[in-house]
Design a protein around this ligand. Structure first.
Ligand code: MG
Length: 382
C-alpha cells in the first residue's frame, strides 16, 4: 500500500485580518478554521500522516485548536509559505510517504470528493491540483480604468489540495528554495513536472476576509440565527356584507367588527413577525385608540412589521391558519397567499394559508367570530 501524507499549511500571520486572531485559528461554526481543515483530511481515513505547519508564536493557539486530534508535533514554518511547506516536507522525509497532498488551512470547506479526486489522479498523473474554471469576465486595469478584457477560456483558479509524488515535490522544493513561487504546483512546474487539473469545488474557497468567514459560517449553517414568532387574533362577526381575510374581501352575510378592517389573519401574522424579532405586538405599534387606524387596511400593519424584520434580516416563511365555519376559505386561498407575498415582498412559495373549522364547537363554531393563528420564521443578519 502506498503511504499518503497530508501537509496542512497554517503558518500565515493572518495580517489581513487586521491584527485580530489569525484567520486559521478563528472560530467557525463551533470549531476552528484549522481544525475543520485537519478533520476533512482525517475523516477520509486515507492518510498515514497529517502534519500541520505553524508559526512558533501561535503554539498556544495551535494547542487549543488541535486538542484531541492526536496529531504529531507541529512543524515550525518559515518566512514564506514556500519555506513552510519545504520545512514540512523535510520533516516528512523520514516517514517516507509515496504521495503527499498540500492543503491551505484557510480552506476549511474542502470536501471529501475533492480530496479523493486529487489523490486518485496521482495513480496516473505526476501531480494533480484542485481547480475551478474562471467564470467571471476578467479585466486588466490601468489606474482603475479597464484597459482590456482577458480571454478567460483556458483560465482556471488553482485551489488546494495539491498532490504530488513525495520525492519529486521534496526535490522540487529544495531546488526552488529562495525563489518566490505562489503555490506548490508552481514549484513543481518549475521542475518540468506535469500538473493535472482536477475538479475542485466553489465552496473550497480561501478564507481571506471577514466576509469569507461569514460566508463559510453560512454554508455550515453555524451563523444562522433563525427565530420564530407566533400570533393569535379574534374578531367578532356582526351583520354586514363581507369579511376581509388575509387581505382578500369575501362577500358574506356578516363582517368582522374592529377598529381597522379587522382582518384577523393579517393581524395574527403581524403579531407573529413582531414576535419573531421581539418587537412587541400590533396594539403597541397601532393603538386602537388612534383615529389614524380607523377602517385602516391591515396590509399597512403587516408591511410595517415586515419592514422592521427586514431592517434586521430576512423573512424565511410565514404560515397562517384561519379558524371559521364560513366563509369557505379554499376558493380564496391562492389569492390570499399572493396578497401576503406581495405585502411581505417574499416568494409565494414561502407563504402558507390554511383554514379549519372547529367542528361547530366554541365561538368560531357558533359563528360568533373568526380566529386566526400564525407563525413566522426569520433569519437575523444584522
Ligand atoms: Mg385584531
Amino acid at each position: 500500500m502506498p503511504r499518503h501524507a497530508a501537509v496542512i499549511v497554517a503558518a500565515g500571520t493572518g495580517e489581513r485580518f487586521g491584527g485580530s486572531l489569525p484567520k486559521q485559528y478563528r472560530p467557525l461554526a463551533g470549531s476552528s478554521v484549522l481544525r475543520r481543515s485537519v478533520e476533512a483530511f482525517r475523516a477520509t481515513g486515507r492518510f498515514d500522516d497529517i502534519v500541520v505547519v505553524i508559526r512558533d508564536e501561535h503554539r498556544p493557539l495551535y494547542d487549543a485548536a488541535a486538542v484531541g486530534l492526536g496529531l504529531p508535533e507541529p512543524v515550525t514554518g518559515g518566512a514564506t509559505r514556500q519555506d513552510s511547506v519545504r520545512a514540512a516536507l523535510e520533516w516528512l522525509e523520514a516517514r517516507a510517504p509515496d504521495l503527499v497532498l498540500v492543503h491551505d488551512a484557510a480552506r476549511p470547506l474542502v470536501d471529501r470528493a475533492t480530496i479523493d479526486r486529487v489523490l486518485d489522479a496521482l495513480a496516473t498523473a505526476e501531480a494533480a491540483i484542485a481547480a475551478v474554471p474562471v467564470v467571471d469576465t476578467i479585466k486588466r486595469a490601468e489606474a482603475g480604468i479597464a484597459a482590456g478584457t482577458v480571454d478567460r477560456s483556458g483560465l482556471w483558479q488553482a485551489q488546494t489540495p495539491q498532490g504530488f509524488r513525495f520525492p519529486a515535490l521534496l526535490a522540487a522544493h529544495r531546488a526552488a528554495a529562495g525563489e518566490a513561487l505562489t503555490d506548490d504546483a508552481a514549484v513543481a512546474e518549475r521542475r518540468g513536472i506535469a500538473v493535472r487539473l482536477v475538479e475542485g469545488h466553489v465552496d473550497n474557497f480561501k478564507i481571506t476576509t471577514e466576509a469569507d468567514l461569514t460566508r463559510a459560517e453560512r454554508l455550515l449553517g453555524g451563523a444562522a440565527d433563525i427565530r420564530t414568532g407566533t400570533g393569535f387574533d379574534v374578531h367578532r362577526l356582526i351583520p354586514g356584507d363581507a369579511v376581509i381575510l388575509c387581505g382578500i374581501r369575501i362577500p358574506h352575510g356578516f363582517k368582522l367588527e374592529g377598529h381597522s378592517d379587522a382582518d384577523v389573519g393579517l393581524h395574527a401574522l403581524t403579531d407573529a413577525l413582531l414576535g419573531a424579532i421581539g418587537a412587541g405586538d400590533i396594539g403597541q405599534h397601532f393603538p386602537p385608540s388612534d383615529e389614524r387606524w380607523r377602517g385602516a387596511d391591515s396590509a399597512a400593519f403587516l408591511a410595517h412589521a415586515a419592514e422592521l424584520v427586514r431592517a434586521r434580516g430576512t423573512i424565511l416563511n410565514v404560515d397562517v391558519t384561519l379558524l371559521c365555519e364560513r366563509p369557505k376559505v379554499g376558493p380564496h386561498r391562492a389569492a390570499m397567499v399572493a396578497r401576503i407575498a406581495e405585502i411581505l415582498r417574499i416568494d409565494a412559495e414561502r407563504v402558507s394559508v390554511k383554514a379549519t373549522t372547529t367542528e361547530r364547537l366554541g365561538f368560531t363554531g357558533r359563528e360568533e367570530g373568526i380566529a386566526a393563528q400564525a407563525s413566522a420564521s426569520v433569519r437575523i443578519e444584522r
